[in-house]
Design a protein around this ligand. Structure first.
Ligand code: NAP
Length: 249
């Protein structure tokens, strides 16, 4: 198999948590897994690379801030230069800075929106041009249950995820004629670095809202992403798949 025949998958924030699980789930012979890290340094990113390569894929990684349009353009430019195409984009990179509306700092609001929402916009804009030329491709955006339910203390985060759902539906409509699907996955409460620092009381309150009575695993989110990226989901676009143990129905 030469470089042009490989399936090229890009996962933002593939260095840890859900992004790493997605990268591993989609890895296998014939697939190139490209991903980025940002603040964590390259140790965790190298761990992902080892696991991806063990699964039989080529791993390609760079330090990229998705909120920077210049960084993002360079990232996708390099991938296309090396592999000629992009088949799947998973916009997974994200942060949460929690705080009640009355105390939320403007700079924290801006930071969350610029990574979670503008970051996805930057990546989708860069990849759309490439996928339109291919007349094929699949984009999956990592939303959140709080983007549809809201959550006290998460104004910026829930707004960014609700915005991402609107953006998903709009881009799905814009790109459908070119054979490109655009969907979102909305996880509930998943065990990753993002949720591990949650105080015990908040954790218990969250668990009480989950009919299945447990937190989710990153691999359970990766299953939904892999499905949406596959041919099996070729007739699905503009949808939000909820992976939350029944927390939102
Ligand atoms: P995580 O382990 O903290 O992973 C976040 C990833 O995003 C890391 O790889 C991080 O890289 C990357 N990232 C952060 N800022 C970035 C930036 N400016 N540019 C590029 N990459 C950046 O958290 P996670 O739980 O796996 O979250 C992954 C996604 O799932 C997020 O979009 C999150 O909102 C969403 N989600 C999570 C849950 C949950 O319960 N965990 C629920 C719903 C939705 P560095 O560490 O190198 O900066």
């Amino acid at each position: 198999m030469n470089e042009e025949e490989k399936q090229v998958v890009v996962v933002t924030g593939g260095s840890s948590g859900i992004g790493r699980a997605v990268a591993l789930h989609m890895a296998g012979p014939g697939t190139v897994i490209c991903y980025n890290y940002h603040r964590s340094g390259d140790r965790r990113a190298k761990e992902t690379a080892k696991l991806v390569e063990k699964a039989g894929s080529l791993a390609w990684c760079a330090r990229v801030d998705v909120s920077s349009q210049a960084d993002v353009k360079e990232f996708f430019g390099k991938i296309v230069k090396d592999y000629g195409r992009i088949d799947v984009l998973v916009n997974n990179a994200g942060i949460a800075i929690d705080g009640l509306i009355v105390r939320l700092k403007e700079s924290d609001w801006d930071r969350v929106l610029s990574i979670n929402l503008k970051g996805a916009f930057n990546c989708m804009q860069a990849v759309s041009k490439i996928m339109m030329k291919q007349r094929a491709g699949s984009i999956i955006n990592m939303a959140s249950v709080v983007g549809v339910m809201g959550n006290a203390g998460q104004a910026s985060y829930s707004a960014s995820k609700a915005g991402l759902i609107g953006l998903t539906k709009t881009v799905a409509r814009e790109l459908a004629a070119r054979g490109i699907t655009v969907n979102a996955v909305a996880p509930g409460f998943i065990d990753t670095a993002m949720t591990e620092g949650l105080p015990e009381k908040a954790r218990e309150a969250m668990l009480a809202q989950i009919p299945l009575g447990r937190t989710g695993q990153p691999e359970e989110v990766a299953e939904a992403v892999a499905f949406l990226a596959s041919r099996k989901a070729a007739y699905i676009t503009g949808q939000v798949i909820h992976v939350n143990g029944g927390m939102y129905m």
